[in-house]
Design a protein around this ligand. Structure first.
Ligand code: KIV
Ligand code: ZN
Length: 567
């Protein structure tokens, strides 16, 4: 052996020449036929393959998602695989509209065993394969192309012969052939062997055979694969006799792109797994493919509305972990850490609400998290880089407090200080605790004990209001009375005239109030913006079942905060 060093020892992929390719001008407009290979390709790649119970749970989840073709295993490979196949059939786990698929190598004794395994099933795809790539022919089989073709056509003959009585007994049996390592096979030879298999299986347009074209090992760019596929489909004699299926793996990390471009190039069916489990870097991820279509306005015909439940099942059965950044499902994929992203999301959410638009138009969120059963609540976590809008956004999204714009900076600074102090991001509950501590539970130098208003509204806007009540000052309760042109003015005047601790120098700037519901309980929440005697802005928040009490509490909250912050 005289191996070249480093990258020089690798043989670059030879692209398939093609004239007038059409796939780049196409778009995906409908869902392919989906086939799950979780229970076979996914399962064979697990450190601990699934037991019967786990496979059954997984199978039922796939059915609930809406997958209609499910490769359940390799029943001739082991007793366990055989037993699982039998249990699915005999235990009546397979709905009538679901087809099970079983994999077998193109070898006689394994094919015979597979026919035994599927007896009694209603709908079956019998999937056989042999490897066709240049490399495998050279280093594994030491065979020329006619030899490799004979393995496939002998298997096709046997399968066709064994299928006839089974079909006569009522089984809806279809065939699938995979030229394994298709991506590493010369296209003219791939066409030749697939055409021979179609002939030997008596494929017709009415009873087409599935030609599954695996990127067993992904070794070229997605556009190069699309060229190969378009060339293959154009060259295949009697193309209408075949359903063109993809089976992408993900060695270059481009399984999704390969599949999408393969669909543009004419594929009609996709074999994939949930979250991309499978040999080495995995099979292509069915969830990402489906949700990518969904975000382009195409119905993927799969149901991922409760993605967390599917992820939990997946992690339990496979003992694998879904990564935090896995598209659509990862823990962090609906989280914005950057302040400018948070502000833009905030504005997008406001736009959605105000404009009444019926389209999703929120920057930085390619999908409405609710569509996959995720909450808005974890969209934003606050860290010291989050900017002033982030904290207010969390208060709105998670707790329904719609802070006035002028208050965002003040509360943002409170949150930022705490985030700097603890040195990490804050979660929504921690942000609410800060809000509570800063506003709702601020130490009460002044406290409203009792109040009533007497109002005299005249024609036009003129009105006269009398405040009557009791206010606590350092725990001492005093009578308070004031008159003004509105309730807030009357209350300010009453505070000014308190016998002890009278309040002066505060100026009213602005006011905002809204209802807030928790379960069946609805309260008013009021935000007051004052200028303190030094002219500094100070905000207060009050909450009550009574609207005027909420605003009076908010005024005292602002004053109490200003006194407390002076200390
Ligand atoms: O990746 C592959 O080529 C396979 C075949 C058996 C279809 O899994
Ligand atoms: Zn595979």
């Amino acid at each position: 052996m005289n191996l070249k060093p480093g990258f020089e020892k690798y043989i670059p992929f030879t692209p398939q020449p093609i004239q007038g390719r059409t796939w780049p001008d196409k778009v995906i407009t409908k869902a392919p036929v989906w086939c799950s290979v979780d229970l076979r390709d996914g399962n064979q790649a697990l450190i601990d393959p699934m037991n019967l119970e786990e496979k059954l749970e997984y199978f039922h989840t796939l059915v609930d998602i809406g997958v209609k073709e499910i490769e359940i295993g390799f029943p001739s490979a082991s007793e366990t695989e055989y037993e699982i196949c039998r249990e699915l059939i005999e235990g009546h786990h397979i709905p009538d509209d679901v087809t099970i698929q079983v994999l077998v190598q193109a070898r006689e004794h394994l094919i015979r065993k597979t026919f035994e395994a599927i007896r009694g099933a209603k709908n079956v795809i019998l999937h056989f394969y042999n490897s066709t790539s240049t490399l495998q022919r050279k280093v594994v089989f030491h065979m020329d192309c006619p030899g490799i073709t004979k393995i496939a056509t002998d298997a096709a003959d046997l399968i066709y012969e064994m299928a006839q009585p089974v079909i006569a007994e009522g089984m809806n049996l279809r065939y699938e052939y995979s030229p394994e390592s298709f991506m590493g096979t010369e296209m003219d030879y791939a066409v030749e062997i697939c055409a021979a298999v179609l002939d030997h299986l008596h494929a017709t347009a009415e009873q087409p055979v599935i030609l599954n074209l695996p990127t067993t090992v992904e070794n070229c760019m997605p556009n190069q694969f699309a060229d190969m596929l378009e060339y293959f489909i154009r060259s295949l004699p009697g193309r209408e006799r075949a359903v063109i299926s993809l089976h992408p793996h993900n060695d270059r990390g481009t399984g999704v792109a390969t599949t999408e471009m393969g669909l543009l190039a004419g594929a009609e069916r996709v074999e994939a797994t949930l979250f991309g489990n499978g040999e080495r870097t995995g099979n292509v991820d069915m969830v990402t493919l489906a949700m990518n279509m969904y975000t382009q306005g195409v119905d993927p015909e799969l149901d991922f509305r409760d993605i967390n439940k599917i992820r939990d099942m997946y992690e339990r059965c496979t003992k694998m972990k879904v990564g935090e950044r896995q598209p659509y499902v990862g823990e962090l994929v609906f989280t914005a850490f950057s302040g400018s992203h948070q502000d833009a999301i905030n504005k997008g959410m406001h736009y959605m609400k105000e404009s009444g638009t019926d389209m999703w138009e929120v920057p930085y969120l390619p999908i409405d998290p609710a569509d996959v059963g995720r909450q808005y609540e974890p969209i934003i976590r606050i860290n010291s880089q989050s900017g002033k809008g982030g904290a207010a956004f969390v208060m709105m999204q998670s707790f329904g407090y719609d802070l006035p714009k002028a208050m965002h900076a003040e509360f943002g600074a409170v949150v930022q200080k705490e985030s700097d102090r603890v040195g990490k991001e804050l979660k929504p509950d921690q942000i609410f605790a800060l809000f509570d501590q800063e506003y709702l539970s601020v130490p009460k130098t002044y406290q409203l004990e009792r109040h009533s208003f007497l109002e005299d509204a005249r024609h036009g806007d003129a009105s006269w209001v009398v405040f009557n009540g009791e206010v606590g000052y350092h725990g001492k309760v005093m009578g308070a009375r004031g008159e003004g042109n509105g309730p807030i003015d009357a209350f300010f005047n009453a505070l000014h005239d308190l016998p002890e601790g009278h309040i002066e120098g505060y100026q009213f700037v602005d006011y905002k109030e809204h209802a807030i519901s928790t379960g069946s309980d609805t309260q008013a929440v009021c935000y007051i913006h004052l200028k303190d005697p030094e002219g500094k802005d100070v905000f207060g928040v009050g909450k009550s079942h009574n609207i005027s009490r909420a605003s009076l509490r908010a005024i005292l909250c602002a004053i109490n905060r200003s006194i407390y912050n002076e200390k």
